[in-house]
Design a binder for this molecule. Sequence first.
Ligand SMILES: [Zn+2]
Length: 72
Amino acid sequence: MQGETTTGGVSCRDVLAALSDYLGAALDDETRQKAEAHLAGCANCTDFGAAFASTLRALGRLRVVAQADAVR
Ligand SMILES: [Zn+2]
């Protein structure tokens, strides 16, 4: 299978596995950041998981907003 690459220290397979955990809200910050870094730099996953990538970014913003609310 073509297109298996390692970007940001994780492979496409690991990212897809992590995304499953992420959508189940079971992903820790370190793994999430690695997955985001991979998605940002991996054309394979950007093409294959564009919806996942946008979801990650959206959830990342939501998390920032939630933290801002918590501070207030
Ligand atoms: Zn990838």
